[in-house]
Design a protein around this ligand. Structure first.
Ligand SMILES: Nc1ncnc2c1ncn2[C@@H]1O[C@H](COP(=O)(O)OP(=O)(O)O)[C@@H](O)[C@H]1O
Ligand SMILES: [Mg+2]
Length: 184
């Protein structure tokens, strides 16, 4: 995988599988760093699960592993001089359960990979889980891109799925327009 956007898709799928109904993805770029924060209100992890996270063979999945998971995100971040931090509260501990994964990258380091196509990542996530409330904020030095499932739903009404082809196409166009505006 040579785009950060694919790692974002992979890590956000953890939140989807954890049963989250709210997922927030924020990317904050400066001229030399990228801070990625993915937070969810899913089932969370126990202390024991958390401590096993850097083991590439640890999984609670029963299907065959295809993604790279947290260990590879960690490797990528650390190669650039950054870090990955995972904070989690398991559902057995508190009603306020969920997980926050934070990654810092130094984007001018030779080992950094481009951010890539975040629009594709978001559209894939919304298409796969239209009922989840996704919030996306990408701040760049030149401007920012925002998306909110809730906002779209408040316009469309709750009977229309965000996975309807026309809706998805509109969402794609809207996010692309925002990125194009930042580029200009
Ligand atoms: N956001 C999350 N919420 C709950 N559990 C998580 C979350 N992220 C990771 N986990 C747990 O950590 C395990 C390892 O995650 P990961 O490294 O992405 O590999 P994989 O998703 O292939 O299992 C998952 O199987 C899951 O049990
Ligand atoms: Mg995973």
């Amino acid at each position: 995988m040579d785009e950060l956007a694919l790692y974002v898709l992979d890590i956000t799928m953890n939140s989807v599988r954890a049963g989250a109904t709210e997922i927030t993805i924020t990317i904050e770029e400066t001229d030399d760093t990228i801070l990625l924060v993915i937070s969810d209100n899913g089932c969370g992890m126990t202390e024991a699960q958390l401590s096993k996270l850097s083991d590439p063979f640890f999984t609670t999945r029963t299907t065959r592993k295809v993604g790279l998971g947290i260990p590879f995100l960690k490797m990528l971040a650390e190669m650039t001089g950054g870090y990955v931090k995972v904070e989690s509260v398991h559902e057995s501990v508190s009603e306020e359960h969920g997980t926050t994964t934070t990654a810092l990258f130094y984007k001018n380091h030779v080992d950094f990979i481009p951010v890539g196509n975040m629009t594709d990542t978001l559209v894939t996530l919304i298409n796969g889980s239209p009922e989840i409330n996704f919030t996306f904020i990408h701040k760049m030095p030149e401007g920012e891109v925002n998306f909110s499932s809730e906002e779209i739903r408040s316009i469309l009404g709750k009977d229309i799925s965000l996975a309807e082809p026309e809706v998805l196409a509109w969402i794609r166009g809207n996010i692309e327009d925002q990125y194009n505006e930042v580029d200009n």
